[in-house]
Design a protein around this ligand. Structure first.
Ligand code: B1M
Length: 221
């Protein structure tokens, strides 16, 4: 059984590497039939593939069309699993309001969307603004809905500086510490979060939920 499972995770990774969206969707559906934990399916299966193609791209051994196709396949597979992730959450008190976005100039959305789904499943009311969002839009929405948290994702070393801009703007407008800021994304580290004076950083979606609960003072729930 473990070997079967390993083979299935490998197939999932390969479907992303090959940019085979239909196959990736089929495998995601199969994992649901098999009752696998959706987060295991994502991290042990599909993410392995997208990381592989990302590394190949970084090394100049894969090219943009392959990156795009892998991204599409990844998005399609995660979309099948999102309702399953939401089902894992139980009905409970509202934990707080979060405005979530990928920063300006950056169109990477898969990790940000996963974080949003996990936060929703854990009782947060998430307003996901999407990708390529300016500081003004992010802060404007947070004020409009009276959010406790702004969550920002950045996947590029050239766009991570945008996270700092949002924090500086919040400081200037006297909106902190009323609005807490959490940051994440592949190039983001704890050191970076400390440097830009974010309230917290998480390296994955499960950690993001834990952090968000701490930021609203509900770490024990
Ligand atoms: Co892009 N890309 N990409 N890409 N891409 C990277 C990021 C890169 C590292 C690949 C590489 O070269 N090795 C590289 C960045 C290099 C750098 O900055 N130093 C890169 C590049 C260069 C580019 C372009 C510039 C390529 C080009 O055009 N020449 C271009 C930029 C476009 C733009 O944004 N302006 C580009 C485009 C794309 C696609 C559109 C083709 C596609 C995205 C598709 C989409 O999102 N719809 C894409 C992809 C797929 C990737 C890689 C391969 C995978 C990203 C991903 O989805 N990972 C990526 C390489 C890599 O990261 N290994 C790469 C899976 C996802 C689940 O993980 O997003 O890290 P991740 O999210 C995690 C955590 O980071 C964390 O939790 C998530 C779940 O565990 N997290 C948070 C994320 N946000 C969080 C927020 C939080 C807390 C935690 O709190 C708020």
């Amino acid at each position: 059984m473990t070997e079967d499972l390993d083979a299935l995770y490998k197939q999932m990774a390969q479907s992303i590497i090959d940019g085979e969206s239909e196959l990736a969707v089929e495998l995601a559906k199969k994992s649901i039939e098999l009752n696998l934990h959706p987060l295991d399916t994502i991290t042990k299966g599909f993410v392995v593939g997208v990381n592989y193609i990302g590394d190949q791209f970084g090394a100049g051994e894969a090219f943009l069309p392959e990156l795009v196709m892998a991204g599409e396949a990844m998005k399609a597979a995660v979309a099948v699993l999102e309702p399953e992730l939401l089902k894992l959450g139980e009905a409970r008190e509202m934990m707080g309001k979060v405005v979530l976005a990928t920063v300006e100039g950056d169109i990477h959305e898969i990790g940000k969307t996963l974080v949003g789904t996990m936060l929703s499943a854990s009782g947060f009311e998430v307003t996901d603004l999407g990708v390529d969002q300016s500081a003004d839009k992010i802060i404007g929405k947070a004020i409009e809905i009276d959010a406790q948290i702004i969550g920002m994702s950045a996947l590029l070393t050239t766009t991570m500086v945008r996270q700092r801009e949002v924090i500086e703007e919040l400081d200037k407008e006297g909106l902190r510490p009323r609005i807490k800021v959490m940051v994440g994304g592949a190039p983001i580290s704890k050191d970076w979060a400390t440097k830009i004076k974010a309230d917290g950083y998480s390296e994955d979606a499960v950690g993001a939920v834990k952090l968000a609960k701490e930021l609203v003072g509900k770490a024990d729930q």
